[in-house]
Design a protein around this ligand. Structure first.
Ligand SMILES: [Cu+2]
Length: 359
């Protein structure tokens, strides 16, 4: 259960308010085109412009990524994660001093089984700001189960994952928009006890996550403006799969692979924090879709799946010919800001080394 939550929550709130008032000033933004590919223009907030919005205690801090610790004893799952400040390249040449879980944005993929009890410990390595964890996969009183953990402290919380699905997790510390948009979000998959009715048909499965980036640590911009980048990342579901941050072009530069005839499953989730995703794989129709990843929400024959901010799905489709299949959010203003990935389909399911063309 919870350790010292009341005191930590109170300390956390006051520190947050102090920081809010201390770093509310915005800096001038210079936008430039960083990628001329096709008509895609990706507007970027300059790294110099953002440096002034790095709060003082974070200046010069770049904490090494920390591997996720996850240990199982029967149906008890012990998960240790960190809140930490780590530089993340969000577009080529642009590093964002992200507020992260474990030094990744999105944070590390967590996979548990329906019915598991999660014993979650958050170690807050951030020297200045309280953080917390809000798992959408559990029922709990948020002021207890998702309470703030003060800088340089640990908090431990327990709850059960009773519903299967592809859920978002995020930091729930105020202002939540700042914490999510600065990088504190990720995916927890709760595998259904009975599986999905189509499990036996699946040849490959991947995890894909969409998120937005805004002007660095600027709550006004995050609240009132369009995202500067909208990106896809992939997280390794099995050993050997790519595991990327939310970097423009990450899943184009390292495409997902499949073999002709494969039925591919993607666990997809949209972190937002503000925008919808209209998830579509060019050149395919989804044979089966499980909205939010719950087997009860089974749809067939869908072209595009709408994901609200925080929403997830399991989508399954068959790739019938060799080629490169882009996946996008069909809100193309966002696709042009980076939200395009590739699935490369070859005769043997391996990367044949050919250059992936444009789309
Ligand atoms: Cu946080």
């Amino acid at each position: 259960m919870l350790k010292n939550a009341g005191i930590k929550a109170a300390v956390g709130l006051s520190v947050t308010l102090l920081l809010l008032s201390a770093c509310g000033e915005s800096t001038s933004e210079s936008q430039k085109v960083v990628s001329p590919e096709l008509e895609n223009t990706i507007h970027e907030v300059s790294a110099e412009g953002s440096a002034a919005n790095v709060i003082k205690p974070h200046q010069g801090v770049n904490q090494e990524p920390t591997p996720l610790e996850i240990k199982r004893e029967g149906t008890d799952v012990y998960i240790n994660m960190t809140a930490q400040i780590t530089d993340i390249e969000i577009a080529k040449g642009y590093t964002y001093k992200a507020w992260t879980f474990n030094g990744e944005t999105p944070g590390p993929l967590v996979v548990v089984n329906e019915g598991d009890t999660i014993h979650f410990t958050l170690e807050n390595k951030d020297p200045a700001i309280p953080h917390s964890m809000d798992f959408h996969a559990v029922h709990t009183a948020p002021d207890k189960g998702f309470a703030n953990v003060a800088p340089n402290e640990e908090g431990t919380f327990s709850y059960q994952a009773t519903k299967p699905g592809v859920f978002m997790y995020h930091c729930g510390t105020a202002p939540i928009l700042t914490h999510i948009a600065n990088g504190m979000h990720g995916v927890i998959i709760v595998k259904p006890t009975e599986g999905y009715p189509t499990d036996q048909e699946i040849d490959r499965e991947y995890v894909v996550i969409q998120n937005e980036w805004y002007k660095y640590n600027d709550l006004e911009n995050m609240t009132n403006e369009e995202p500067a980048q909208v990106v896809f990342s992939t997280k390794a579901l099995q050993e050997g799969q790519p595991n990327t941050n939310g970097t423009v072009s990450a899943v184009k530069d390292t495409p997902l692979l499949a073999k002709v005839g494969d039925k591919v499953r993607i666990y997809i989730n949209n972190m937002g924090p503000n925008e919808l995703s209209s998830f579509h794989v060019v050149g395919t129709i989804f044979d089966d879709v499980y909205i939010d990843g719950n087997p009860a929400n089974h749809f067939e024959g869908m072209q595009t799946v709408m994901l609200p901010a925080s929403g997830g799905a399991v989508v399954e489709f068959t790739v019938k010919e060799e080629g490169v299949y882009p996946f996008v959010t069909h809100q193309f203003n966002h696709a042009t800001k980076g939200a395009v990935g590739y699935i490369k389909v070859t005769s043997d399911g391996r990367d044949d080394g050919s250059t992936v063309g444009g789309h």
